[in-house]
Design a protein. Structure first.
Length: 95
């Protein structure tokens, strides 16, 4: 049985959960080439969700952090880490 490739991609089986085609992937390194690639990608998505939830809060900083923590079911430290990560290019360590 032959596999059908998408019209926009010349490679067979080039899709992953990040992109539908390797040529359209936003990551600098393939998650399959980096041993921690998939974990790092999922972790970045998780922190981005926490950060976006925090950004939607209209409360002062401390109250917004606490509200985000309660809404997402995470610790205050996780919210602060996600906020810090959102302002830098480096992923947080010890996640």
């Amino acid at each position: 049985m032959d596999k059908v490739t998408p019209n926009h991609c010349a490679h067979i089986e080039c899709a992953c959960e990040v992109a539908s085609c390797c040529l359209q992937c936003p990551l600098p390194m393939c998650i399959h080439d980096d041993p921690q690639g998939l974990y790092t990608y999922r972790r970045s998505q998780y922190h981005e969700n926490v950060r976006q939830t925090f950004m939607r809060q209209t409360l002062p900083m401390t109250a917004a952090v606490k509200a985000t923590s309660l809404e997402m079911g995470v610790s205050l430290r996780t919210v602060y880490r996600a906020i810090k990560w959102g302002t830098s290019d480096e992923p947080p360590t010890n996640c």
